[in-house]
Design a protein around this ligand. Structure first.
Ligand code: APR
Length: 236
């Protein structure tokens, strides 16, 4: 594997599960208790901004709880980036900051970030570590805009797609970690990587929707699979 220079890693909610953050589609996942239509669409925000803000405020409060820390999988990916001779890009669907806190630098949040807010008027993005209410006005424009979570809702365009497509087209190795492969465009990345000639590996608790598309699939907890896989890559 040592001749594999460029690595692209896609992560999903499963990589943060052992840090105490819920996934979406597991039996105890977020969508088991809340409807996407009520909290994760632009229409939901127009219809009832207070409800949407409350949903993200609760998730932000949990993320800021000192008990929630990067786990061995996040830390292993930061080690890979540090010790691998070629470029390593982490593309995450997650809106938590656990990759950053583990030390990963080459990182793209394609679904946005829970600790940022965006003005609905001027588009200005600001860091946010407190409660957002629907009348939290932007300080940057004429005050007509209000701050919304800087996350990508269903029906909105994912972020950084040009950069992601370019990285996939040049990937030698594509690793998908902790994602069910239910949501596009992320679920289609394995196809793009294969077309670019990359080796494709899935590391997930159980087979994802797209497991058969991967050259190799390993199933188990991320905190076991990811450090072992990184060790293998660095030892090869
Ligand atoms: N280790 C590894 N994988 C795990 C673990 C674990 N400890 N726990 C759960 N998983 C796996 C599950 O088996 C599942 O395949 O993580 C995956 C989580 O899938 P989802 O809950 O669908 O989360 P994700 O794939 O990230 O969802 C994608 O959908 O709702 C939107 O915007 C949301 O970014 C999210 C997107």
């Amino acid at each position: 594997m040592a001749d594999m220079q460029s690595i692209v890693i896609l992560t999903g909610a499963g990589i943060s599960r052992e840090s105490g953050l819920a996934t979406f589609r597991d039996a105890d996942g977020i969508w088991a208790t809340v409807r996407i239509e009520d909290v994760a669409t632009p229409e939901a925000f127009r219809r009832n901004p207070a409800r949407v803000q409350a949903f993200y405020n609760a998730r932000r409060r949990q993320l800021l709880d000192p008990a929630v820390q990067p786990n061995a999988a996040h830390i292993a990916l930061a080690r890979l980036e540090r010790d691998w001779p070629g470029p390593v890009l982490v593309v995450t669907q997650n809106i938590d900051d656990l990759h950053e806190r583990a030390g990963t630098r080459g990182l793209l949040h394609m679904h946005g970030e829970l600790l940022k807010a965006r003005c609905t008027g001027c588009g200005r993005v600001v860091p946010v570590t407190e409660e957002l209410t629907q009348d939290f006005a932007c300080a940057g424009c004429d005050g007509t805009g209000s701050l919304r979570p800087d996350v990508v809702w269903f029906g909105e365009m994912p972020m950084h797609m040009a950069e992601i497509e370019q990285a996939l087209a040049q990937a030698d190795l594509f690793v998908s970690i902790g994602t069910s492969g239910n949501v596009y465009p992320a679920a289609g990345f394995v196809d793009e990587a294969r077309r670019a000639g990359a080796r494709t590996v899935e590391l997930n608790l159980e087979p994802s929707e797209g497991a058969r598309l991967f050259d190799e699939a390993r199933h188990g907890p991320a905190t076991e699979l990811v450090p072992a896989f990184v060790e293998e890559l660095l030892r090869a």
